[in-house]
Design a protein around this ligand. Structure first.
Ligand code: DI6
Ligand code: FE
Length: 388
């Protein structure tokens, strides 16, 4: 699949991908390929090669899980009862704070294995379940360790502004001063984050608080992202676009003004069908408006214990098509080319082009629509990361 080819998916029939030193040397028709002295050749025998999948929005590193809360709810417990039983996001914060780095690594590693088994070669991992300096640093260090110890590209995002921790109950402004001050200082000094994200929502942080975090992030040269318009429309996506955000994510309640601001700034729309499904949301993200105004649409798992306990990029593609009527071609672009853009890695990964990293997925399929079509079936044949 090449970037600008006119064929659907940019597909090349009877193509060749050659790589050296982890980089793509050639991707195109066999008939036009230069002669190579290949050290190793993988015959694909009619299979399809796509770029490795990119999961550009996850909360992969956390302690505990919320299965018990899920069960309580389905047995009729109210929100208050669940909160009293220690449920909700703060239960994940408590479990994450209590967990050792090794325990966090081990549980995230199993979720990562599920992603990689379906062809993921790059994953973004957010903090946001520590909500205190040391615990946020711990989450990000585990995320970095995953990138060192496993054959996957990891981008990390500091999401200290995910929720107000219990110590700051009723004092979110003071907590934001911590996030934008000492927490960000230490994380930037240690080089632990590639970007900074804020959950801008009635139940989380206001646009004003979001802007304070963004200003601090930009002063440190860090990219910004936002969780916006998930449950209501606060104008978060437009605010993020004004700050040159790489992406605005969720977006069910996004309006046309927000879409236009994103189009203008080149901010990618990251759509998260897992959270929509799991929360039984009914408000659809404005896909037609995003298309009309040329905003790139990316897809991601949003893997997290509360609203999207999902680690299947293939199911994300299926859900985006069934729930939001994306085409299978848009769904594949959402997990490759546009996901790369959402991470600021559009020049590095996401398409099969000379000079990019050789991250590939080889699929046992007849046509690419099968990737989005099936439910619970994994046609991955071979995953190649950085040329191996
Ligand atoms: N949006 C969500 O849906 C999750 N975080 C966010 O920013 C919820 C996270 C959780 O419940 O643990
Ligand atoms: Fe999220």
């Amino acid at each position: 699949m090449a970037a600008d080819a006119a064929a659907p998916y940019g597909a090349i029939e009877d193509g060749v991908v050659a790589c050296r030193g982890g980089r793509i040397l050639y991707a195109g028709p066999r008939s036009e390929a230069p002669a190579f002295d290949a050290v190793e050749t993988i015959a694909c025998d009619g299979r399809w090669i796509t770029p490795g999948l990119i999961d550009c929005h996850t909360h992969l590193v956390y302690g505990g899980d919320r299965a018990h809360e899920f069960e309580l709810r389905l047995n009729g417990a109210s929100y208050e009862e669940i909160a009293r039983a220690g449920g909700g996001i703060l239960s994940t914060v408590a479990a994450t704070r209590a967990a050792s780095q090794d325990a966090l690594f081990a549980s995230a590693d199993r979720r990562l294995a599920a992603l990689m088994a379906e062809g993921v070669t790059t994953v973004e991992i957010k903090s946001g379940y520590g909500l205190a300096r040391e615990a946020e640093v711990k989450q990000l260090e585990v995320a970095r360790r995953i990138g060192r110890d496993r054959p996957v590209r990891v981008r990390t995002t500091f999401l200290g502004a995910h929720a107000t921790p219990p110590e700051f109950k009723g004092r979110s402004g003071e907590y934001i001063a911590e996030v934008a001050g000492p927490m960000l200082d230490e994380i930037a000094k240690k080089g632990l984050a590639d970007a900074v994200d804020v959950f801008c929502e009635g139940i989380a942080f206001s646009p004003e608080e979001t802007a304070r975090v963004f200003a601090a992030a930009k002063a440190k040269g860090l990219a910004v992202k936002i969780h916006a318009e998930q449950l209501s429309n606060l104008g978060g996506a437009a605010l993020a676009a004004e700050h040159g955000a790489l992406s605005a994510d969720h977006l069910e309640y996004l309006d046309e003004a927000g879409v236009l601001a994103m189009a203008e700034a080149g901010t990618v729309a990251v759509i998260l069908p897992g959270a929509f499904y799991f929360l039984r949301e009914t408000q659809m993200p404005p896909i037609a408006l995003l298309r009309r105004h040329g905003v790139p649409i990316a897809l991601a798992t949003d893997a997290n214990p509360g609203s999207s306990p999902l680690t299947s990029p293939l199911l994300v593609m299926n859900m985006a098509c069934t729930l939001f009527r994306l085409t299978p071609e848009e769904a594949l672009a959402g997990l490759t080319r546009h996901a790369a853009q959402a991470l600021g890695l559009g020049a590095e990964i996401g398409t099969l082009e000379r000079g990019k990293a050789c991250d590939l997925a080889i699929w046992e399929i007849e046509r690419p629509a099968e990737l989005a079509y099936r439910i619970g079936f994994n046609p991955l044949h071979t995953r190649i990361w950085n040329g191996t």
